[in-house]
Design a protein around this ligand. Structure first.
Ligand SMILES: [Zn+2]
Length: 207
């Protein structure tokens, strides 16, 4: 890494940090951290990287909740994460409906690129953790590596994802497993020898 630019772990929100709801998370009362997520975020805070949430929130564009409500949820979420010893360096969300064909809604990479520009993040050394095919496509479009977690829609999406999309993607059980893998990867990449990929179960198989 250069002295200026930093790497990041990009996190999808619903299905990675908190429980997905078919009817959207419409208030803080409906926001429920997934088991182990706060502990995983605490561990992530100890890594040398930015921690950035990138989330599709078409619930705004659909007129179901206001932008203010989503930002209230994000403020409280961040407070709870900080209380648990974690940190969030920034949250980027797309308020648009799919029909609006914006550039920020994942699988577009606009959110990641906006965050990278604002926080001076080096995308090529960054990793996106998500539960959906759109997260993986967005990560690859931005030049990041990707981890798919089996929480949220992860199991369903992993099963139907084309192998070309899934190629090089590490599938983790949950956020804790994803963070553990990244911690190993980055520890290993700071060592003099190149990480051998795939063969060693102790190494991180992120592609
Ligand atoms: Zn958008």
């Amino acid at each position: 890494m250069t002295a200026a630019a930093s790497r990041a772990v990009f996190l999808d929100r619903d299905g990675v940090i908190n429980r997905n709801r078919d009817d959207y998370v419409k208030s803080w009362e409906e926001f429920e951290f997934l088991p182990g997520a706060l502990e995983a975020l605490q561990r992530l805070a100890g890594l040398d990287c930015r921690v950035v949430v990138v989330s599709n929130q078409s619930v705004i564009g659909r007129g179901i909740v206001t932008r203010a409500t989503v930002e209230d949820i994000h403020r409280r979420m961040t407070d709870a994460i900080v209380q648990a010893g974690g940190r969030i360096d920034g949250i980027w969300y797309c308020p648009h409906r799919p029909e609006e064909k914006c550039g920020c809604r994942k699988p577009g990479d606009g959110l990641l690129r906006d965050a990278a520009q604002a926080l001076d993040i080096e995308l090529a050394s960054s990793i996106m953790i998500g539960d959906a095919q759109s997260d993986i496509i967005a990560a690859k479009a931005a030049g990041c590596r990707a981890v798919l977690v089996k929480t949220g829609r992860g199991v369903e999406h992993a099963a139907r994802m084309p192998s070309s999309v899934l190629e090089g993607v590490y599938v983790a059980g949950d956020l804790a497993e994803a963070v553990a893998c990244i911690a190993r990867l980055w520890q290993e990449s700071s060592m003099p020898h190149e990480v051998s990929r795939g063969a060693d179960h102790e190494s991180c198989p992120i592609g």
